[in-house]
Design a protein around this ligand. Structure first.
Ligand SMILES: Nc1ncnc2c1ncn2[C@@H]1O[C@H](COP(=O)(O)OP(=O)(O)O)[C@@H](O)[C@H]1O
Ligand SMILES: [Mg+2]
Length: 214
């Protein structure tokens, strides 16, 4: 395919943008305590928004994307030859699940999406890609150039305080489920400024959420 798969793949300076007409992307951040409905909501939303010509990649760090998702069966990315696999993934749409070990599979999922637009990528519990709250450079570049690669992103996390602020601030949609932890609520309020984050999110029930569209 002639494209290198190293961290430079996501360098904005290296990218040849797709034609305007091919661009379609949306960044959705899904936050809430464990077991409050984030993955359920994400799968349901995928089922209604994924287009038939789009490839789907799921970095499944919680190991919960079995069976059919959005009417598709996800195939497993081979490990440890995932990079070689990504180089040959040239016939979209494909639907692939990457498990969380090794952590580089997150990078490979993103690389595969860059090589097969249009695509949707789900990063489950995205704070695991951002140790100490700091995302790697490839991740920052990936998010900032996703639009140019017709890539939609779903980023979920049960630790909002460890999700980079910029990521939340740049999302098109933030979906917030119950948040029992006050530092998480305060961190999110600091990013989004919606007072309902402080007043409403402690009492949401399973599946209930706030939707903040920007
Ligand atoms: N809206 C809903 N209606 C019914 N069951 C739900 C709903 N949302 C989540 N669940 C169920 O609750 C459990 C936890 O949901 P899940 O989405 O896995 O939580 P999270 O991803 O936030 O940890 C799952 O068994 C899921 O099927
Ligand atoms: Mg989940």
């Amino acid at each position: 395919m002639g494209k290198k798969l190293g961290p430079d793949l996501f360098d904005p300076g290296e990218l040849k943008p797709l034609p305007e007409a091919a661009r379609r992307n949306r960044i959705t951040v899904v936050l809430g305590a464990k077991g409050t409905g984030k993955s359920f909501w994400t799968k349901t939303d995928l089922a209604s928004s994924l287009q038939s010509r789009e490839s789907l990649y799921v970095w499944d760090s919680e190991d919960e994307y079995g069976g059919q998702i959005a009417g598709r069966r996800l195939v497993e990315a081979p490990h440890p030859e995932a990079m070689d696999w990504a180089k040959s993934a040239g016939a979209p749409p494909v639907s692939v699940r990457f498990n969380a070990a090794p952590r580089d599979q997150a990078h490979v999922a993103a690389a595969a999406a860059w090589l097969t637009p249009p695509s949707t990528v789900v990063f489950e519990e995205v704070h695991k890609v951002c140790p100490h709250g700091t995302p790697p450079e490839w991740f920052v570049n990936m998010v900032s150039t996703a639009r140019h690669r017709a890539c939609s992103l779903y980023l979920t996390s049960q630790r909002p305080a460890r999700v980079p602020k910029d990521l939340v601030a740049n999302a098109d949609r933030v979906v917030i489920f119950r948040l029992g932890n006050e530092p998480d609520r305060r961190a999110l309020f600091a990013s989004l400024g919606d007072p309902r984050i402080l007043t409403d999110t402690p009492d949401l029930e399973l599946g209930q959420h706030l939707l903040i569209e920007t």
